[in-house]
Design a binder for this molecule. Structure first.
Ligand SMILES: *[C@@H]1O[C@H](CO)[C@@H](O)[C@H](O)[C@H]1NC(C)=O
Ligand SMILES: *[C@@H]1O[C@H](CO)[C@@H](O)[C@H](O)[C@H]1NC(C)=O
Ligand SMILES: *[C@@H]1O[C@H](CO)[C@@H](O)[C@H](O)[C@H]1NC(C)=O
Ligand SMILES: *[C@@H]1O[C@H](CO)[C@@H](O)[C@H](O)[C@H]1NC(C)=O
Ligand SMILES: *[C@@H]1O[C@H](CO)[C@@H](O)[C@H](O)[C@H]1NC(C)=O
Ligand SMILES: *[C@@H]1O[C@H](CO)[C@@H](O)[C@H](O)[C@H]1NC(C)=O
Length: 768
């Protein structure tokens, strides 16, 4: 009897208590519903629902065990906006703590905002916590370390700050830690080494940095995702059971560890967009589990062979933008359904435009080998800081002065530029320019007007040109371009000239050329290889023109490219800016200084010549007489610019030259010859990346070391910015030539000020 009574009283005690507990938990859920502002997916919760046995719903899971809630999962609708301002994360967690037996708590995409309250530690049974895709900020509360049963901690897509929680080491059962897409910074602490149970560590898309601790001891680690941080420089040291390893977009450098090929469980390896160098191990392709391999955007070298083997299950391979040579393994190209294989921008022996020439990879591999060491980088950085301070002050002072000078000058050049065309339009109206030009008295007048260090325009006799070139002897032959042969000649007065010989396909009377000759006669400007004159050769039988000779000034100091990346002495930064200004002025003249303007002038570093004073001169303007002559020869009429945009200002022809000028600037900055369009795109991307605050190291790798050592960083930055704008895909996004000039002149001034008092005599003075 007593035992029966005892049992009964216990029953009496327990029963009301447990029903009371259950209703208090139900009440808590209703309160949660209210605090979440009655979201539609909780609409079936009310005073009368038995929440533990509610209708299942894709948004909500409630699991009860012995009258208390052990699992609460509420998933909001995609990207929910933050809850209204009156939402209190504190009240919300207070309500949650009334569910003390919770083992699984998943509250995702609910718009929760605020900093996570420390009272979460009261949910002491928690094993799984998933609070992804909310708006939680502040540090991850250390009180989570009191949740001794916690196995899974997922706080992805929030706004947590601070460093990676060092206290995780006290959670010995932790198997999954995912803090993806927050703003954590600082290093990964050594304490993670003690997480023996850790299987998944996802820290992608944060700002974590520095070297990684040795993770070899984490023998259960299967997934390591570090994408989009600043980890580096050394490849992580890991246990061999890794299945997924993602190091994409970090700061890893150096070589790949050779034992990577013994990671027999590796299914997914993504090391793309780091700065890995050295040999790529082709045996990675044939690892037994490998499904996904991405090494794009590194500097990995090595030769691939046709007969290499790959794992059959390989579904995705990206080898792009490395320095691989040889041929693409046949096993990759074999027609397997759904397999993606990317390999552009290497030096593989393929017959498509996607590859660089072999020499590119060899040069780059060599350049990688002689990268400056860390210590140097640091010293450069220190001086950069000092320089920036000085430059900023000097720059501010100069800017004011420069603005004044520039606008005054610009006003002047405008005036100067407007005058000559008007004069020449007069020629056009009288219709016989070549006759006029043959008139010596007229010419002496124009010579006085055109103060340009070269003799005035005139017509030459064939005898004169034959004498100058020894009858067009082979020793005077300079080469042959799209538009006929070039000869070097020495005139009677001892001056050197370049003579372009144009064999005409159809017979014309010389009258037909008047329009062209008039235009050519205007091509006289400091930054053009100026035209000195012309000469017709006639057929004896019908007196039509058989050959047209165009005589240009001879520019002796090689091409811009040979002065930047050739064998001899290389231009300093000051000289390069000065040359760039010259080219921009040349373009400005071609577009607006003559009527009609010349567009799409095939501006490139090999078409820009330097004279003995290193004055840059454009040698390749788009003369209609040349392209028209081509048309009669090539069916369909391809211009010298081939696939590029059409000629003509109306369709942005002026911006074609700006783009090409951007490529020239790219060569000036990087000191590397650029011959492939694909290089331009890749380098532009690198350049843009280097413009960000953390791109300094990248910049140093991109920029010609000669330039980097001898330039003011503000000057360099200005040129990089204008270069990047010139290379915009949309022609309308490219700057005007005036805008370009203004920026280059600013860069020149800043650089000049920086060199300042040293009075170094390098380079030619900058011509404003
Ligand atoms: C989720 O959002 C979509 C549209 O954004 C809406 O049609 C749907 O009703 C929402 N579902 C819930 C349960 O809120
Ligand atoms: C649910 O109960 C609360 C108080 O217990 C009451 O204020 C509320 O009106 C009830 N709601 C419904 C829908 O009956
Ligand atoms: C918060 O404000 C909204 C209106 O913006 C209101 O409908 C809601 O009842 C308020 N919630 C609380 C918990 O006060
Ligand atoms: C955490 O929640 C998100 C969003 O609902 C979900 O996609 C993810 O699978 C959850 N993670 C785990 C481990 O349950
Ligand atoms: C990162 O989180 C934000 C919200 O905090 C979200 O809008 C964005 O899409 C997430 N990014 C990725 C790559 O998932
Ligand atoms: C693959 O081909 C290369 C040369 O093309 C040869 O040196 C190598 O021995 C071949 N390897 C195998 C496994 O056949």
């Amino acid at each position: 009897m007593p035992s029966c009574l005892l049992f009964f009283s216990i029953f009496l005690l327990l029963f009301p208590f447990s029903t009371q507990l259950q209703s208090s938990q139900a009440w808590s859920l209703l309160r949660i519903q209210r605090l979440l502002n009655y979201p539609p997916f909780l609409s079936n919760w009310n005073n009368y629902t038995d929440i533990c046995y509610a209708e299942p719903n894709p948004y909500v899971t409630v699991v009860c065990y012995e009258e208390s809630i052990t699992q609460l999962q509420i998933t909001g609708n995609g990207t929910s906006p933050p809850l209204p301002r009156n939402f209190s994360i504190n009240s919300f967690f207070t309500t949650l703590t009334r569910l003390p037996n919770l083992k699984v708590l998943s509250l995702t995409s609910l718009g929760l905002w605020g900093s996570m309250p420390t009272k979460i530690s009261r949910l002491s049974s928690l094993e799984i916590l998933n609070m992804s895709s909310n708006f939680l900020y502040g540090i991850i509360p250390p009180e989570i370390s009191d949740l001794k049963s916690l196995q899974t901690l997922i706080l992805d897509h929030n706004m947590f700050t601070g460093s990676f929680p060092e206290w995780v080491s006290s959670l010995s059962l932790l198997a999954v830690v995912s803090l993806k897409n927050n703003t954590l910074d600082g290093p990964l602490p050594d304490s993670v080494k003690s997480l023996d149970s850790l299987r998944v560590l996802d820290l992608s898309l944060n700002s974590l940095s520095g070297p990684l601790p040795d993770l070899k001891g984490l023998t259960n680690l299967q997934v390591l995702n570090l994408e989009g941080n600043y980890f580096g420089p050394d490849f992580p040291s890991l246990g061999k059971k890794v299945v997924t390893l993602i190091l994409r977009k970090n700061r890893f450098t150096g070589g790949l560890p050779s034992d990577l090929t013994s990671y027999y469980m590796l299914e997914r390896l993504d090391i793309s967009y780091n700065r890995f160098v050295g040999p790529f191990m082709p045996s990675l392709l044939s690892l037994p589990s490998m499904r996904y391999l991405d090494i794009a955007g590194n500097r990995l070298t090595g030769m691939l062979f046709q007969n290499m083997s790959c794992n059959y299950g390989l579904a995705y391979v990206d080898l792009s933008s490395n320095l691989l040579t040889g041929s693409l393994p046949a096993c990759l190209t074999s027609n397997l359904k759904n397999r993606v294989v990317l390999y552009s921008a290497n030096c593989l022996a393929l017959r498509d435009k996607s590859q660089h020439p072999n020499s590119f990879c060899l040069n780059q591999a060599f350049a990688v080998g002689i990268l400056p060491h860390k210590q140097k980088k640091e010293s450069v950085h220190k001086t950069t800081v000092a320089i920036s301070v000085v430059a900023a002050v000097a720059g501010a002072i100069l800017l004011v002065g420069l603005l004044m000078v520039f606008f005054l000058r610009r006003a002047n050049t405008r005036k100067a530029m407007k005058r000559p065309p008007r004069r020449l339009i007069v020629h056009a109206s009288n219709g016989y320019p070549s006759k006029l030009l043959a008139d010596a008295r007229y010419i002496s007048q124009t010579m006085k007007l055109g103060a340009l260090g070269v003799p005035s325009y005139r017509s030459f006799s064939l005898e004169e040109l034959e004498a100058a070139t020894n009858n067009f002897e082979s020793s005077s032959y300079m080469g042959e371009g799209l538009h006929g042969q070039m000869y070097r000649g020495r005139l009677n007065d001892g001056s050197l000239v370049a003579i372009r010989c144009l064999k005409l396909k159809r017979s014309h009377s010389s009258q037909n050329f008047n329009r062209h000759i008039e235009l050519i006669s205007k091509l006289r400007y400091r930054h053009l290889v100026s035209a000195l004159g012309h000469c017709f050769e006639y057929y004896l039988d019908d007196s039509t023109v058989s050959r047209l000779f165009l005589v240009f000034e001879y520019v002796s100091n090689g091409t811009l490219r040979s002065n930047i990346s050739g064998g001899g002495q290389k231009l300093t930064w000051t000289q390069r800016i000065s040359a760039a200004i010259g080219v921009a002025r040349g373009i400005q003249f071609l577009h607006a200084g003559i009527i009609p303007g010349l567009f799409s002038n095939d501006i490139k570093a090999t078409n820009i010549l330097l004279d003995q004073n290193l004055v840059a001169k454009i040698s390749s303007y788009n003369l209609p007489v040349l392209t028209e002559n081509m048309k009669s020869e090539v069916v369909g009429g391809i211009s010298s610019n081939g696939s590029k945009e059409h000629i003509g200002r109306a369709i942005g022809g002026d911006k074609v030259d700006i783009y090409d000028f951007g490529v020239v600037l790219l060569e000036i900055i990087t000191g590397r010859p650029i011959t492939l369009h694909i290089d331009v795109e890749a380098m532009k991307d690198q350049l843009q990346a280097s413009m960000t605050a953390d791109g300094a190291a990248r910049k140093m790798n991109m920029v010609d070391s000669l330039v980097y050592k001898g330039c003011c960083k503000e000057s360099l930055q200005t040129v990089i910015e204008v270069c990047s704008r010139c290379l915009s895909k949309e022609p309308t996004d490219r700057p005007s030539v005036e805008d370009v000039l203004w920026n280059l002149q600013f860069a020149a001034q800043v650089q000049d000020a920086w060199r300042g008092d040293s009075h170094s005599s390098e380079g030619s003075p900058i011509i404003l």
